[in-house]
Design a protein around this ligand. Structure first.
Ligand SMILES: NC(=O)c1ccc[n+]([C@@H]2O[C@H](COP(=O)([O-])OP(=O)(O)OC[C@H]3O[C@@H](n4cnc5c(N)ncnc54)[C@H](O)[C@@H]3O)[C@@H](O)[C@H]2O)c1
Length: 371
């Protein structure tokens, strides 16, 4: 059975501080070329200051609002030019659309919204389980509308938006949650091109289609919130899940650009990108089963060609993930709280292995090398 490697090994490469002579690494030919490159002016994204090596600490007034500066990554409530809050309090009478709502995290998010009196359009490619879920939700009070939708098909997602508006007359919250795992635990150079197509079509383009179909309606209404479900794999690199990892990094990046565009255009629409760790869902169960596998089960599924010591470390890392697993209902509550706080990033599990922190430290160290 194919496995999904959303787990990563704790990075073993650490960033060393630059040496006293200013070079941080023993030089290859490309390093030498890099060291010889003239210093480029760089702009700081904090405190509204623009700094270059020669103009350090000199504030320069930008002739345009810089999205890197106006970008609101905190839980502070942003106001547009009319003073309207771009924050959404989730309450009865609103309408939400959740993709991938038949099971797992999408289902838990839909349940959390219904419990708050929000009507929910449940969208999923799996018609049968979608209707089972819709039936199970009928007693929850608020209205539901199941719509079979393949998020990788832009026409289907446009139809989903039309059905939502036709049925409920409004939309307030869009949750682009539908996602799939990549097919196997190979390194990138051995991965299947069709697997890339499949994973990017759902995980990346599915989110793009959701934004293109629904955001114009939120903009027209002058309010609303978009939630994109990425993953911790969207903040760190995993050795054997390139397609999944790349798709989730892209979801983080497009969420940031969406939020920047909305803020720069003073449109009071919130955006949250969610980066969960392991959640106990049918998708997560495959990782959980691997973490719990006995030696034979593990040997069957471990990536081929890894030295024993590496295999053991990978196994330990996956077993560690098991300690951090949360229920989908818990993740859903954290996500809905992030919407109400208008947080750009929601890390439902924190950063248990410090993987995101190490990646960011590496980038910061690279920046320091140029200062
Ligand atoms: N479970 C985890 O550990 C975990 C961790 C990080 C991120 N995530 C992300 O959370 C999201 C939800 O995952 P989950 O764990 O609930 O997975 P899941 O497999 O349990 O549920 C995903 C749902 O999406 C639906 N779906 C798949 N392809 C679709 C398509 N083309 N169009 C519409 N619906 C489609 C499936 O039918 C299913 O109902 C995904 O984006 C996933 O990548 C999950």
């Amino acid at each position: 059975m194919p496995i999904t490697w959303i787990a990563i090994e704790r990075p073993t490469i650490r960033w060393a501080p630059p040496a006293a002579n200013g070079s941080s690494r023993a030089g290859s030919a490309s390093d030498v070329a890099l060291q010889r490159a003239p210093p480029r002016p760089r702009r700081a994204w904090h405190a509204g200051k623009c700094r270059t090596p020669n103009l350090r600490h000199t504030a320069i007034k930008l002739p345009y609002p810089d999205p890197m500066i106006t970008h609101n990554t905190s839980s502070k409530l942003a106001r547009n030019d009319n003073g309207r809050l771009s924050v959404m309090i989730i309450e009865a009478g609103q309408v939400a659309v959740v993709t991938g709502a038949a099971q797992g995290l999408g289902r838990a998010l839909a349940a959390g919204l219904l419990d708050r009196g929000v009507s929910v359009v449940l969208a999923d490619i799996a018609t049968e389980s979608l209707h089972d879920t819709a039936e199970a939700f009928t007693a929850r009070g608020a209205a539901i509308l199941p719509v079979t939708t393949d998020v990788s098909d832009p026409v289907a997602v446009t139809t989903l938006a039309a059905r939502t508006l036709e049925h409920f007359g409004r939309v307030d919250l869009v949750v682009n949650n539908a996602g799939i795992a990549n097919g196997g635990g190979q390194p990138l150079w051995q991965s299947d091109p069709q697997d890339w197509q499949r994973v990017l079509a759902v995980n990346l383009l599915g989110v793009v289609h959701g934004i293109q179909a629904f955001v114009p309606h939120l903009v027209a209404a002058g309010a609303g919130h978009v939630v994109n479900i990425a993953s911790l794999a969207g903040l760190i690199a995993s050795p054997f899940g390139a397609a999944y990892c790349a798709s989730k990094h892209a979801v983080v990046a497009l969420s940031e650009t969406l939020r920047s565009a909305l803020e720069i255009m003073s449109l009071p629409i919130g955006v949250t990108v969610v980066c969960p760790g392991l959640v106990r869902t049918p998708l997560g169960e495959r990782v959980i089963a691997l973490a719990q596998a006995d030696d034979d089960g593990w040997a069957e599924q471990a990536p081929a060609g890894l030295p024993m010591e590496r295999t053991q470390r990978l196994r330990a890392a996956i077993q560690y993930l098991l300690l951090t697993v949360i229920e989908p209902e818990v993740a859903a509550e954290r996500i809905l709280a992030a919407v109400e706080a208008n947080r750009l990033y929601e890390l439902t599990h924190g950063d248990p292995e410090d993987g995101a922190r190490h990646r960011v430290e590496g980038i910061l160290a690279a920046l320091d090398n140029h200062s």
